[in-house]
Design a binder for this molecule. Structure first.
Ligand SMILES: [Zn+2]
Length: 416
């Protein structure tokens, strides 16, 4: 019998990171890799063994399960907790060998399988808060997968605790585990109706105490320059080289602002990240980001004007601009349901922690879910240095995440 809500989270975490669940952005299947299903099925088996008899995986790889209500109060909303099954394709994710550094004393941490790799305290201000705690890293050649197996372990540990303590009053809770978050498709087939929660929390945040309810709003924009190709031996006065037009355009982008490398905090940016170049046609792909959705259109108008001015300077060249919506700032939805973030803040305080809030300079699955009808802020689990061989997680922070989940369930019951 678990004596604290947290006592099983490390054991689970170490078991989960042994599954290679990398997603693949070049795949044409869903989920993008079949190995995510192996982990999904293991989670289902584990949830069933805990007594969650409806735990099941669907054909897309989504795992859902229900913790029945213990309260007799009517009208307590169904609350969901969500983690993603996959890990990032940006660093090797197979044969992860987790290493526990007990009782951390502020030193730089080294890696047995890559002596050149060092997790420096000076580069990781979050390590300052970990003195005396236990830190888990990988062994140097792979990522750890704390993003998001720390979240999965916290959710399952909290489920086990709640099932062992039926005297804790809470409403119906839904657990969700999703594939392909890291390749931007985590919500593609997420059935909000079937999940059946009124509100949810992704357990995929970083720093102890964090409750994140604001993300970027995001579009992508493809600017395509068309030139005219001929045999280069007979090109004089005829060829228009789209590569040179695009290069001229990129050269005209602002040097001192509006870029990821020159902005921070609440500033947005435009970011050219792929160029497909040929003489006849060259396209430049941009990420457009801002916390204020209306500012996206201004940034897009600015790029379009710059592109047209550039094309005009190259007789015979033409340009087209196509904008696609990526995701929107979840705050636009969450502001209509202030209790969702507030109950999470209250749960963080009840766990004895200070609430940290900062806007996320990116998106979460919650950004999309919020606009799909499931308002979903993001809560910390102690995972750090995502997508990197320097990834690490604090055992004590994971334990606090378990406590916070239990508190969130209680707060919703009390305040409904
Ligand atoms: Zn994540």
């Amino acid at each position: 019998m678990a004596s604290t809500p947290a006592s099983t989270v490390l054991e689970r975490f170490l078991r989960y990171v042994a599954y290679d669940t990398q997603s693949d952005e070049n795949s044409t299947t869903y989920p993008s890799t079949a190995k995510q299903l192996v982990f999904a099925d293991a989670i289902v088996a584990e949830l069933r063994a805990l007594g969650l008899h409806d735990a099941a995986r669907d054909e897309h790889g989504y795992v859902m399960a229900t913790i029945p209500a213990t309260t007799k109060k009517p009208g307590v909303p169904v609350i969901g907790f969500i983690a993603h099954l996959d890990t990032s394709p940006e660093a090797d994710g197979a044969n992860v060998k987790p290493v526990i550094h007990r009782n951390y004393q502020g030193q730089d941490l080294t890696f047995a399988d890559d002596p050149a790799l060092v997790l420096k305290r000076s580069d990781n201000p979050s390590l300052e808060r970990q003195l005396g705690n236990d830190i888990v890293t990988a062994s140097g050649t792979t990522l750890l997968g704390a993003d998001n197996k720390a979240g999965a372990a916290a959710i399952v540990a909290a489920a086990e605790y709640l099932l062992q303590h039926p005297a804790i009053a809470h409403g119906t809770l839904r657990l969700g585990f999703t594939p392909d978050e890291e390749v931007g498709s985590g919500t593609k087939y997420f059935d909000v109706k079937k999940f059946g929660a009124a509100f949810a929390y992704t357990m995929d945040g970083e720093e102890l105490g964090e409750v994140e309810s604001e993300t970027f709003s995001a579009d992508s924009m493809t600017i395509t320059f068309t030139g005219f190709n001929t045999h280069p031996g007979f090109a004089k006065g005829r060829m228009v080289n789209a590569i040179k037009v695009a290069a001229d355009f990129i050269q005209r982008l602002p040097k001192n602002g509006l870029a990821p490398e020159t902005t921070a905090q609440r500033e947005g940016f435009v970011h050219p990240y792929v160029v497909n170049a040929a003489v006849e046609k060259t396209s430049v792909k941009f990420l457009i980001r801002d916390f204020v959705t209306a500012e996206l259109a201004e940034k897009e108008a600015f790029l379009e004007k710059l592109a047209r001015e550039t094309a005009a300077a190259w007789p015979g060249a033409a340009v087209t601009c196509v904008v696609e919506e990526s995701y929107r700032n979840m705050k636009e939805v969450l502001d209509r349901y202030p209790q969702v973030a507030e109950h999470a803040r209250e749960a963080v305080r009840r766990a004895g922690l200070q609430v940290l809030e900062k806007p996320i300079r990116g998106g979460t699955d919650g950004s999309k879910l919020s606009f799909m009808g499931l308002p979903t802020p993001n809560v910390f689990t102690g995972e750090h240095n995502f997508h990197s061989r320097l990834e690490w997680v604090s055992v004590q922070d994971m334990e606090k995440a378990v406590e916070v989940i239990v508190h969130i369930a209680r707060v919703w019951e009390e305040k409904s």
